[in-house]
Design a protein around this ligand. Structure first.
Ligand code: GLU
Length: 369
């Protein structure tokens, strides 16, 4: 694989841009209209001058609601959901006015995790966002906070932006925030070739107090996008012309280098749509077979199984140090796997009577992370 060049980012046709709550408000927690104008003007520049298609993922509904409610503190989930309901319209009004100054319409899309779990709804969401883009408008996406609790939650908009990038098969994901990039020992790292455990540890758990994410959620979102072959940049919102600087390949923020090629649509759904229902831990031999030799997962390489899941569910595959290395659709229930783990195929067949297939997870239904 040749060395990654930032210049290659200029070829990106479809770009997902994520803006966090802390970029849209001022230090006293009030919505700052000039920040909406900045993002609208930058996106308009990219789409009008360079013909880029941009999908905007934005936070800020809760912050906007909180601002209008007199900055009272919101402690319960219900208070936050209600604040989001109040704030979402205000957020969209700001965006609508700012984009209209450039003659651009916006289309509000509110997503929930379960909207991406079912393949049909996943495809519907993608088609609608595509159509908004074909109308020349900018899709403005947030989580549907009023109905998103627990398991249907994306959790944070960093994660959601990666899932949207995946959904759309984007060429680039840009996460703008109040930090200038991924910072290690006081300076911004320009290029991260691989998200190692060290990087994850260094990311820690910093948050600004407004968004729900922090560097750690950005790193894990980046991992999702990278696995699908989508380069990801974390950069500071405040920098002038930040989007065009990134897209023209300037050395700004941190770029995370993806896998060499993008993955096909069904595998992207595997990454974005289904939340893993459990985990299958494999030994080092199986890890090598999957990651280095492109093989399927067989019972013999499985050490352990965690969680209760059924044939057809998406599960995580973890290596001996509990690191997620792949995700895939299982051919076996968790109970069956616990009976056949570590066994060769003929022993496994004796235990179960008959096998559904030789592979616990077939290569075609697996994505290496
Ligand atoms: N959906 C939430 C909002 O708009 C934000 C979630 C996040 O901060 O990532 O307020």
């Amino acid at each position: 694989m040749g060395a990654f060049s930032r210049k290659s980012l200029s070829g990106s046709k479809l770009i997902v841009v994520k803006v966090g709550s802390s970029s849209l408000i001022d230090s006293s927690g009030r919505l700052n209209s000039s920040n909406f104008k900045k993002i609208a003007s930058e996106i308009s520049g990219l789409s009008k001058k360079l013909g880029k298609k941009i999908v905007l993922v934005t936070s800020g509904a809760i912050a906007a609601g909180k601002d209008k409610l007199g900055s009272r503190s919101l402690s319960t989930i219900q208070e936050k959901q209600a604040a989001a309901a109040i704030g979402q319209g205000i957020l969209m009004k700001e965006y609508e006015q700012s984009f209209l100054e450039h003659g651009i319409l916006i289309g509000q899309v509110l997503l929930t995790r379960d909207a991406l779990e079912h393949r049909r709804r996943y495809i519907n969401a993608r088609n609608t966002i595509d159509q908004i883009l074909s109308f020349g408008a900018v899709p403005v996406i947030n989580e549907n906070d009023t109905v998103s609790v627990d398991e249907i939650k994306f959790g944070d908009n960093d994660t959601m932006s990666a899932l949207v990038a995946n959904l759309m098969g984007a060429d680039l994901l840009i996460m703008l925030s109040d930090v200038e990039g991924f910072i290690k020992e006081g300076s911004v790292i320009s290029v991260v070739d691989k998200i190692s455990k060290d990087i994850e540890l260094a990311a820690g758990g910093s948050t600004s107090g407004y968004g729900t994410g922090g560097m750690i959620t950005k790193i894990s979102a980046a991992k999702t996008a990278l696995a699908a072959g989508i380069p990801t940049v974390i950069a500071g919102f405040k920098e002038i012309d930040i989007l065009s600087k990134i897209v023209s390949g300037e050395d700004i923020g941190t770029v995370f280098v993806p896998k060499p090629s993008k993955i096909e649509s069904k595998k992207r759904w595997l990454m974005s749509g289904k939340k893993p229902s459990g985990k299958v831990a494999v030994d080092d031999g199986a890890r090598k077979a999957l990651v280095e030799h492109g093989k399927s997962l067989l019972p013999v390489g499985i050490k352990d199984v965690k969680g209760k899941f059924f044939r057809g569910d998406v599960v995580s595959i973890t290596d001996p140090s509990s690191h997620e290395i792949a995700r895939g659709i299982t051919n076996y229930d968790s109970e069956e796997i616990s009976k056949i783990k570590g066994k060769n195929s003929s022993d496994a067949e004796n235990v179960l009577g008959a096998l559904h297939s030789d592979e616990v997870i077939h290569r075609n239904n697996m994505v290496i992370i």
